[in-house]
Design a protein around this ligand. Structure first.
Ligand SMILES: Nc1ncnc2c1ncn2[C@@H]1O[C@H](COP(=O)(O)OP(=O)(O)O)[C@@H](O)[C@H]1O
Ligand SMILES: [Mg+2]
Length: 333
């Protein structure tokens, strides 16, 4: 494992649900992230997969301190930034950035592309007009857009081109960590591989670390070194891509891999592909015991009561006593 760049330790993000107009009180809480520990090494790409609603985006936002945590610690570059205030965070904001799923989100329709890419530089760096222009054009070129794009408007660009602009913006301040929150999910399938290759090239050229959030396991296998599988706010399995994607042990990971086009279960069913049974339960009322037990074909009675711990088996982590026993995984020393 390379030197750790960013780390979550036992992080919870709960959203309180209030009721009562005059005297609002907390009546429940959405457990979006419910006790997650993970680390991203320098130059490493960690994949984060799981169905919609499993807490991936919330976890990414917590890592970037765009979201306060309910409990646990957030470390970046050796500093405990869990409770840093806005002023202190300014210093790390430029070092960790984000690319969102929706390329529209990173393109203000009233801003020319060049200005959109210049914006983070204007916030974080003091450059002369000439330096700024030079840097913007260099960034556009690095994401495969020639200088003429600087003067264009977002509506003149395709989805793939707009996502390239989103990537240029994220890279503008020379970050060390980029959270990629489903960066290719909204793009045409024909464009996805191009953007994925661009991300791969940029990571190699710049020695970047990524948290790559996605539900396309093919893309995860292509880009990532390690992968963590999230279910209802908890990691159920984690390890190298070779372990987790090639030889999944948790029944949930296995089901995910069988049902690859997760974003379109109707189309998947129509094509005869197996889809995960049932819906992901609400994080407002997670099932007792193992949260996956109501949908698990291998669940034992004990799974309804005991919440499995995430245990280490060599370099793999697994939270399922049934799978552990069947696979006869060695207990870590
Ligand atoms: N600001 C919020 N307030 C209340 N609930 C939220 C908020 N943000 C996310 N959630 C809930 O947290 C859960 C996880 O959401 P999210 O992190 O977006 O999952 P994912 O990215 O895996 O689809 C969902 O049930 C979602 O409705
Ligand atoms: Mg999300």
């Amino acid at each position: 494992m390379p030197e750790v760049l960013a780390q979550l330790t036992d992080v919870q993000v709960h959203f309180p649900v209030h009721s009562g107009l005059l005297l609002p009180r907390e009546v429940a809480r959405v457990r979006a992230v419910d006790g997650v520990s993970l680390a991203i090494g320098k130059g490493e790409v960690l994949g984060l997969v799981g169905e919609s609603g499993s807490g991936k985006s919330t976890l990414g936002r917590a890592l970037l301190r765009l979201q306060d945590v309910t409990a646990g610690r957030v470390h970046f570059a050796g500093a405990d930034i869990t409770h840093w205030h806005r002023r202190q965070l300014q210093a790390v904001r430029r070092r960790m950035t984000v690319v969102f799923q929706d390329p529209e989100a990173s393109c203000n329709p009233r801003m020319r592309i060049g200005d959109a890419v210049a914006e983070p530089l204007r916030v974080h760096e003091r450059l002369t007009a000439a330096e700024l222009q030079h840097k913007v054009l260099a960034l556009l070129e690095q994401v495969g857009l020639d200088a003429s794009y600087a003067l264009r408007w977002p509506h003149e660009l395709s989805g793939g081109q707009r996502q390239r602009v989103g990537i240029a913006r994220a890279l503008a301040t020379d970050p060390e960590l980029v959270v990629l929150d489903e960066p290719i999910s909204a793009l045409d399938v024909s464009i996805q591989a191009q953007v994925l290759n661009l991300l791969e090239d940029l990571r190699r050229q710049r020695g970047l670390s990524y948290l790559f959030i996605g539900h396309d396991l093919g893309a995860v296998a292509h880009l990532c070194d390690r992968v963590a599988v999230l279910y209802l706010g908890r990691v159920v399995e984690a390890g190298s891509v070779a372990d987790v994607i090639a030889a999944p042990q948790h029944p949930y990971t296995q089901a995910l891999l069988r049902s690859v086009p997760l974003h379109d279960p109707v189309a998947a069913r129509a094509r005869g592909l197996q889809v995960l049974d049932g819906e992901i339960p609400s994080p407002l009322h997670p099932p007792p015991g193992c949260a996956f037990h109501p949908r698990c074909r291998r669940a034992l009675p004990a799974c309804q009561q005991n919440r499995p711990e995430l245990l280490a088996f060599g370099t793999r982590q697994l939270a399922c006593p049934v799978a552990t026993q069947d696979a006869q995984l060695p207990i870590a020393s």
